[in-house]
Design a protein around this ligand. Sequence first.
Ligand SMILES: [Zn+2]
Length: 392
Amino acid sequence: MSRTLQLAEQLISRPSVTPDDAGCQQILGERLARLGFRLESIESGPADFRVTNLWAVRPGAGEPQATRTVAFAGHTDVVPTGPLEQWSSHPFTPTHRDGKLYGRGACDMKTSLAAFVVAIEDFLATTPDPRLTLALLLTSDEEGPALDGTVVVCNTLAARGERIDYCIVGEPTAVERCGDMIKNGRRGTMSGKLTVKGVQGHIAYPHLAKNPIHAFAPALAELVAINAAGGWDAANAYFQPTSWQISNIHAGTGASNIIPGAAVIDFNFRFSTESTPESLQQRVRAVLDTHGLDYTLAWTIGGLPFLTTPGELVGAVQQAIRDETGIETELSTSGGTSDARFIAKICKQVVELGPVNASIHKIDEHITVAEIEQLKNIYKRTLDRLETLQGV
Ligand SMILES: [Zn+2]
């Protein structure tokens, strides 16, 4: 059995539902310690939601100032299984059927973690004294609130003045085959909670009340029209136009004879590098003000967009995928947010590269077994290429 498959199965056997690491980081840390990595466990969060993070580093040869750091990053936690009786085999018992490996975390993202570690082992077998500094950043809080995970490690590194030069996040990014898509950026996310104020009253005496839903309706039509026209900003080479969506509208008491006193509207922007939180906030306020609304508006920025333009890391990954699979990979910034948004603050070159994402978070999550070795080889080839770029 391949070492990557064996290690992936070992990890899948651990029921590490967020924020419980269930010993996964210890398994991976022990493998790295044997290769000369220095391990640092960084715990964070309240007693009832304790998050375990691991930062592991193996210094490269040569002057510390000159050596570049390449980090693999990912999460040991998995999402809950959902109803056990709907799984064809137990989610925490790695099981093979039809050339596929089934289990929670099979593609999001315990196989990537196994592939990271075995790729590093293979790389050090052929390059025992690399110029590259190698690192691994793991958290057990990516699928949860993500308040005590990767962001805490990144803040710790930033406070110490440590930097990462290249980072590969193992999130499942492929569409049909391993290597067919990587993420070289992600959109930002910002939510707004709008409260439009009215005056509550009897529905038969509207002149004595003020209906906040009626007041908001023209503004809503205008916001929807801007969005439908892709009018928040322009698409660029890497991003679609920014998108705006309402997730909830609440108003009314439940009674059919009362004009509500307020309407609460929740919405979210997924925004590109063409916009900033400030520019979008200003646009929304301008629309609300035009329509003379009495309102309050609270914003939550979930993450800023990031973009890694083609350069050393993107080039190395593209070539590694080409050499291993023959595929010309597609660069994409689609999909939700990931921990890469935190890493991008301390690392200029970040890409996400992992298995096919079709079954993530689902019942019967699985990965094609043949692609496990391929993924490990792509990571190994990427290290080889980055190493050849050092000291030239
Ligand atoms: Zn994930």
